[in-house]
Write a protein that binds this ligand. Structure first.
Ligand code: TRP
Length: 343
């Protein structure tokens, strides 16, 4: 289906992404998402906290708004500038949901049944999964297309959802005889640092759901904890190789080198030039020092912001205002194309 699609869209480019307010952020989120968002911020991205997506699984109503603020605090602490990026809660812009309903009637059941993330998240007893979990990717398409976003920085695991967004955009444009109305959004798959692996198993992604806290560096960890976790990270007995080829077969070594290069803003090859031939006894303290140096200013700023929720709320309100200004006219056009009464 995707092969044959041709975008007639000729509007401006727009970068957009979303992060769910579930669980605390870790180094993988920082290097995989936040650093990339900051690098893209001159393109004036729309970055939202996906609280509508969060409730596809049960959430504590008393905690949800705080979790939303925590993501916003992380965005700001990582260096996002609110004059460039629009930062807002997804649920504050009602057009997301309105467009999602229209798209529920555009997407086909068969398209959704192919989504691998639903199968993983629903687990064995999918009859008990929420309907929202099933239509989750349709809401994601609405998140993107309500702003006519063209470029979406996401991890590998979201590629299939982006394909679905393109299918929905294309189908809508055809069904309502509106060629080029919606763009066919492309993922911007993140480069180095995109996949930070567990500190205890170099073949598994660093994850907030891993029961072992030693497997990840949380953005709330203090300097001592960060250093201790790196010292305890799993490694092999060999010294670091001096070339990328030999690094490949050693997942734990490759992960630590990847973390170093991403934090330092260099390449794995450059790290091996410096540390090749040295053992982990030398490399780990260097990595711990770098991690503390790079992360502590950010975690400190995050803590400060979390102590000032009013400041975060001002940012979120301003972002939502900007988002609505773009979303409302697009939704109005959709209403016209679909044939709804518009008064
Ligand atoms: N599904 C994304 C994730 O879990 C979050 C998300 C929701 C998103 N809507 C989006 C990402 C729109 C990009 C664009 O990571």
């Amino acid at each position: 289906m995707s092969e044959a699609m041709q975008s007639d869209y000729s509007g401006p480019e727009r970068v957009l992404s979303g992060v769910q307010p579930t669980g605390s952020l870790h180094l993988g989120n920082y290097l995989g998402a936040l650093v990339k968002f900051v690098a893209l911020q001159d393109r004036r991205p729309f970055l939202f906290v996906a609280d509508l997506h969060a409730i596809t699984l049960p959430q504590d109503p008393k905690a949800l708004a705080g979790q939303t603020r925590a993501i916003a605090a992380a965005f700001l602490a990582a260096g996002l500038d609110t004059d460039k990026a629009a930062i807002f809660p997804q649920s504050a812009v009602r057009e997301h949901v309105e467009l999602a309903w229209v798209f529920n009637c555009t997407a086909r059941l068969g398209w959704l049944e192919r989504m691998t993330q639903f199968k993983e998240k629903a687990g064995k007893d999918k009859e008990r999964a929420s309907v929202g979990l099933f239509t989750y990717p349709v809401l994601q398409a609405a998140d993107i297309l309500i702003y006519k976003a063209t470029h979406v920085p996401v991890g590998e695991d979201q590629k299939q959802h982006l394909e679905l967004s393109r299918d929905i955009a294309d189908r809508f444009n055809r069904d309502f005889d509106a060629p080029g109305f919606f763009p066919l959004p492309e993922p911007l798959i993140q480069g180095p640092g995109a996949r930070v692996m567990s500190l205890k198993d170099g073949t598994k992604k660093m994850s907030k759901s891993d029961p072992a806290d030693l497997s990840r560096i949380n953005l709330t960890d203090d300097a001592d904890t960060i250093a201790r976790k790196i010292k305890k990270a799993k490694t092999d007995p060999e010294p670091l190789p001096d070339n990328l080829g030999d690094l490949k077969a050693r997942p734990e070594a490759a992960n630590l080198v990847g973390i170093y290069s991403a934090l330092a803003g260099t390449s794995d090859a450059a790290v091996l030039d410096e540390f090749g031939g040295q053992g982990f006894g030398a490399f780990k303290p260097a990595l711990a020092e770098l991690a503390v140096e790079k992360l502590s200013p950010m975690t400190a700023e995050m803590q400060r912001l979390m102590g000032d929720p009013a400041e975060i709320d001002r940012v979120l309100a301003k972002g939502a205002e900007r988002a609505r200004e773009v979303a409302a006219p697009v939704m109005d056009e959709v209403r016209r194309l679909v044939g709804f009464w518009r008064g």
